[in-house]
Ligand binder design. Structure first.
Ligand code: SF4
Ligand code: FES
Length: 255
């Protein structure tokens, strides 16, 4: 197993003797050349604040720069660093090694996405589904061009959808969804949650067209309400609840 040094030594005030270390198992896989995934193991020192992303970057810096990982903001905002960490989809920059409570941390690419290499996956399906539900406020042209109308909203109206607008499109919910694994055309919890976000917005006039888009064989009715999407969302969005609310509109219980 490779030994990695780095973050802990550069920033730490903790004596070397009391520092902890973890076995970091990183998936290595290139679909162009490999038949199956393999794992490389590294012994990585960590502090209580060290994130999984920082540990992976230490491996890249000190041992193997070829590990493929995607990240940008490092603060749970851009949605780039989703991966499966010890069996659960999580943001690597938002997951501390110490909170995993394990001597071994295994990182794998997200499920239900085609793998580019190692920990990176293709997002086309997620973005295509997101675009499909028209993720923007829809108005009559005359309302927008008049330059006179304000689109006011009460706090109660805002409350109807505000949590859904926190989505960062990280894809963790789609990765956790069992229906995404079995139906390659399923629109997915991320897009359905965003459909609800706009349908429930009192300023929007696109409800009927959005409901029509999701009311099809690979749309909202394929959800079996496993609820795993809502369990993994790092931003507190509850796609499973949004899906139930959308069904309420389609079944005539909500207007
Ligand atoms: S709903 Fe949550 S888990 Fe799904 S893409 Fe948005 S932020 Fe990520
Ligand atoms: S790097 Fe942006 S969400 Fe993790």
């Amino acid at each position: 197993m490779a030994q990695v040094s780095g973050i802990a030594e550069e920033r730490s005030t903790t004596p070397l003797s009391s520092r902890k270390s973890v076995t970091l198992r990183i998936t290595r896989y290139n679909p162009e050349y490999d038949n199956e995934k393999t794992f490389m193991e590294f012994n990585v020192p960590y502090e209580k604040w060290t994130t999984v992303l920082e540990a992976i970057l230490e491996v890249k810096k000190h041992f193997d720069h070829s590990v493929a990982v995607r990240y940008s903001c490092r603060q749970a905002t851009c949605g780039s660093c989703g991966m499966v960490i010890n069996g659960k989809p999580r943001l690597a920059c938002f997951t501390k090694i110490s909170e995993l409570d394990s001597d071994v941390v295994t990182v794998e690419p997200m499920n239900n996405f085609p793998i580019i290499r190692d920990l990176t996956v293709r997002f086309e399906r997620l973005f295509n589904s997101h675009h499909k539900i028209k993720p923007f406020l829809i108005h009559e042209d005359s309302e927008i061009s008049s330059n006179e109308k304000e689109f006011l909203q009460s706090p109660e109206e805002l409350e109807q959808y505000i949590q859904f607008s926190n989505c960062i499109k990280c894809g963790l919910c789609n990765s956790a969804c069992p229906t995404m694994a079995t139906d390659s055309s399923f629109v997915g919890p991320q897009a359905l949650a965003q459909a609800y976000r706009y349908v429930a917005d009192s300023r929007d006039k696109g409800k009927d067209s959005r409901l029509k888009i999701i009311d099809e064989s690979h749309g909202i009715w394929r959800c079996h309400f496993a609820g795993s999407c809502s369990q993994v969302c790092p931003k507190g969005v509850d796609p499973a609840m949004g899906i139930q609310f959308l069904r309420g509109y389609l079944l005539g219980f909500k207007s």
